[in-house]
Design a protein around this ligand. Structure first.
Ligand SMILES: C[S@@+](CC[C@H](N)C(=O)[O-])C[C@H]1O[C@@H](n2cnc3c(N)ncnc32)[C@H](O)[C@@H]1O
Length: 311
């Protein structure tokens, strides 16, 4: 087989349905044996029994894993796939529960995987005015349209998650001209960068994850803006801001309440997300010690909370 044939020959995809513990063990063995790719998918996806996985720092996840999983594995060819699964069955032992006859094989054409992955990320319209555009798309230029160039990366925040989209919507629907914005839990820096492109004078980012700090600096420079960013002891964040936005999760938001409220300047705005609708009252109750709180908007079970300092 020539190199060019090797690059274009179809791959073999194997698919089987397993309960979580076995799916987990089988995928670990597959990876150790050099399988090209292994993924687990909820076997009930897109049905009424689909099982969302939620978890928060400091809380037991409501569900840590799907009960029933599709294990999908990719191999160079069918022979390799069958050999690898035979080895996994051996390693798990006769009582291991892996039924080799239940595996469905299919050929999948070799793709340009980078292009395929990129094609799954289209520009996202947050509002008519604000769009998130991956760097491999040419942004459309139109009067009043703000394009934020952002690629999926290691830090959270591409605009596709409802909590990010809710905060972005808040930023587009309120005048930011000349305001200073604190983006607490900045991830990719998406909220602070959007604020700057929408007219804020300055934006400062804070995150506990050093990867988020790097990612924010990279994305800010890619968008032609400057957004200083650091870990929670970052001196530039140590002041009050007319707008503080924090898209984290309900538990850390409750813990951070005194400090976040202290960062909001007199007459300023606090915008919180990462909160499920059923958690809204509990989170607002904590913030009501310092702020007048309302639910500003809701999307797909998530809310965006808005607070103003009490007079
Ligand atoms: C849901 S992501 C939001 C990212 C981005 N701001 C957005 O809206 O898409 C939450 C971010 O908060 C950060 N984070 C979590 N707990 C934090 C804390 N106690 N202090 C600062 N950042 C925190 C995480 O590292 C993560 O980058």
């Amino acid at each position: 087989m020539t190199t060019s044939n090797a690059q274009t020959a179809p791959l073999t995809q194997a698919r089987l349905t397993l309960p979580f513990e076995l799916a987990d063990a089988v995928s670990d063995h597959l990876m150790e044996l050099g399988t090209l790719a292994v993924s687990l998918e909820d076997a009930h996806a897109d049905s009424d029994e689909e099982q969302p996985l939620f978890g928060e720092p400091g809380m037991e996840p409501e569900s840590a894993a799907w009960d029933l999983n599709h294990v999908v594995a990719l191999f160079r060819n069918r022979d390799e796939a069958e050999q690898v699964f035979a080895t996994v069955a051996d390693e798990l032992g006769a009582d291991g529960g892996l039924d080799l006859n239940a595996i469905e094989y299919a050929e999948v054409p070799q793709e340009d995987w980078v292009r395929l992955t990129q094609s799954q990320f289209d520009p996202i319209e947050i509002t008519e005015r604000l769009w998130i555009v991956p760097s491999w798309h040419t942004p459309q230029l139109a009067q009043g349209r703000v394009n934020l160039v952002l690629d999926p990366g290691l830090a959270f925040g591409t605009g596709s998650h409802p909590t990010t989209a809710l905060c972005l919507r808040w930023l587009t629907e309120h005048p930011l001209d000349g305001a200073d914005v604190l983006d607490y839990g900045c991830g990719s820096g998406i909220l602070g960068i959007a604020a700057l492109k929408l007219g804020a004078a300055n934006a400062v980012g804070v995150d506990i994850d050093p990867q988020a700090v790097d990612s924010t600096a990279f994305n800010a420079s890619n968008n032609g803006v400057t957004m200083p960013c650091g870990l929670p002891d970052f001196p530039l964040a140590n002041r009050q801001f007319p707008v503080v936005v924090a898209n984290i999760l309900s538990n850390p938001l409750k813990v951070l309440a005194p400090s976040l409220c202290e960062h909001v300047a007199k007459g300023g705005h606090l915008v919180l997300s990462g909160v499920l609708a059923r958690q809204a009252e509990e989170v607002m109750a904590v913030y009501r010690q310092w702020m007048d709180m309302t639910i500003w908007a809701e999307r797909d079970g998530w809310v965006c909370l808005h607070g103003r300092p009490k007079a």
